[in-house]
Design a protein around this ligand. Structure first.
Ligand SMILES: [Zn+2]
Length: 467
């Protein structure tokens, strides 16, 4: 089986071939840092995270770039409402985004370029487009991309270029456009808005040019994979292709991967509809970050996800099953000969897992393989048919696959203060057959978020995953 992806531009599912053997450059449209991220944003970011993790698991040397949009209309409005600079507002929400990303175990991107630190690259790209006749200046000093100069415009979104944006409301400051479909590369300064003095004159970049300039700055004029949510296909990614390819004359991206929406209560999840679930609010409300991660990654990225308290509870139950298995394998001891068929079972399971992931990142099929294995291992634990070495081999196997999914518990979770003492008191109580004390101590531990179970291998504990 070879690794295959479905490319949005061609609509084809093709074997993946990076430009340079063994190396992969990936660019993901990142957050606009003007407020808390909602889980819809993180569905797209965690999809890219699983992609990066799987390519690394497969042995590729991956460079992952995710931009931070720290200047745009929403940030300018937010900063003026909060009476702070755009730098201050963006800095605050960037920190929050990074905290959420860490909690949800997103791999840190190799580069997190901020738009305001790359104005020069954007200016030079816009200058090239002016020089080549793909852009023009309006009276106020704004610069627009001339869509009429790029015949393949609309190919990514499968739109007829002649029909684009006809009837779209024209912004008051865009009346100088030659064609209603043209989009802003550079915006002339307006009172109360941040502006940079550049070779193009004063002003600020449009949003689309940010991603072309920053992706090419770190990954070169042509790179392997570009990801984003499907809502970015048009116009954002269509505009990125037009700008980049018109400027360089080279193919911009090898494979476009787009993640479908997260729906809340059946409706597309977006700020405009008001049905937001912010990551920070969920986590502060006691939702387990691993359960949330699971709920966001478990469905194939090209399918919509219906997010609800029920889907989160199902994710938490799946995490609980994995935690219980992890713990059971970790504490399992049995002095017997190694099982002869376990290596074969693990190998076959790895093949199933990899075949699923190779098939355009079919995470749900990969998880099905994982849970089939979990059932099999639980059976072997229950009938004590594994040796101690078998159990640790199985645990090592699960942890190896978890490089891709990142849903297993940390290897040595910390006990909350006081819990270690209660656990050892309880061990003594059980040795003395003082069941009343043992039960009381179990309740006290539960109060600290520690679940205790009594097994043939002695007392086992784990942190309680709450929803
Ligand atoms: Zn972008």
């Amino acid at each position: 089986m070879t690794l295959r992806f479905r490319d949005t531009l061609t609509g084809e599912t093709r074997p993946f071939q990076p430009l340079q053997a063994g190396r992969v450059g990936i660019y993901s449209c990142g957050p606009t840092v003007y407020g808390p991220s909602h889980i819809g944003n993180f569905r797209s970011f965690l999809f890219a995270d699983v992609l990066v993790r799987y390519l690394r698991y497969r042995g590729f040397d991956v460079t992952w770039v995710m931009n931070i949009t720290d200047v745009d209309d929403k940030i300018i409005r937010g900063a003026s409402e909060a009476d702070v600079s755009i730098g201050e507002l963006a800095g605050r929400w960037l920190e929050r985004f990074l905290d959420d990303a860490r909690a949800l175990r997103m791999t840190p991107p190799d580069v997190l370029p901020r738009a305001t630190a790359h104005i020069e690259e954007m200016v030079s790209l816009v200058q090239t487009l002016l020089d080549k006749g793909h852009a023009y200046r309006t009276e106020d000093g704004s610069i627009f991309y001339r869509i009429g100069s790029w015949p393949s415009y609309g190919r990514l979104a499968r739109l007829d270029p002649d029909q684009l944006r006809v009837g779209e409301r024209v912004e008051a400051d865009e009346y100088g456009k030659a064609d209603v479909r043209d989009f802003a590369l550079w915006k002339a300064p307006k009172p109360g808005e941040p502006s940079w003095d550049t070779a193009l004159g004063p002003g600020r970049p449009g949003w689309h040019i940010e991603c072309s300039a920053m992706s090419m700055a770190y990954l070169g004029p042509s790179f392997d994979i570009h990801t984003g949510g499907i809502d970015l296909i048009f116009p954002h990614h269509e505009d990125e292709i037009a700008q980049s390819e018109a400027a360089t004359g080279l193919p911009f991206v090898g494979t476009w991967l787009h993640c479908d929406h997260l729906r809340l209560g059946g409706a597309k999840m977006a700020k405009s509809t008001g049905n937001i679930s912010r990551v920070v609010e969920l986590l502060e409300g006691g939702v387990s970050p691993r359960a949330l991660r699971y709920a966001l990654i478990a469905v194939h990225y090209r399918q919509g996800v219906d997010y609800s308290p029920a889907s989160l509870a199902a994710a938490a139950a799946a995490i609980e099953r994995l935690d219980a298995l992890d713990l059971a394998l970790d504490s399992y001891t049995e002095d017997r000969r190694d099982s002869t068929d376990l290596p074969g079972v693990l190998d076959e399971n790895r093949s199933r897992f990899e075949a699923a992931m190779d098939d355009d990142l079919n995470v749900s099929a990969a998880l099905a393989a994982l849970f089939d294995l979990a059932r099999e291992l639980n059976r072997r634990i229950a009938d004590r048919s594994m040796s101690s070495a078998d159990a640790s081999r199985a645990l090592g196997f699960l942890r190896d696959l978890d490089r891709v999914l990142a849903i297993l518990p940390d290897e040595a979770p910390d006990l909350p203060a006081g819990a270690a003492d209660l656990l050892s008191q309880r061990e003594t109580a059980r040795a003395n057959r003082d069941w009343a004390a043992s039960d009381r101590l179990r309740d006290e531990l539960a109060g600290l978020g520690v679940v205790v179970e009594d097994t043939r291998d002695g007392q086992r504990w784990r942190r309680l995953e709450t929803v």
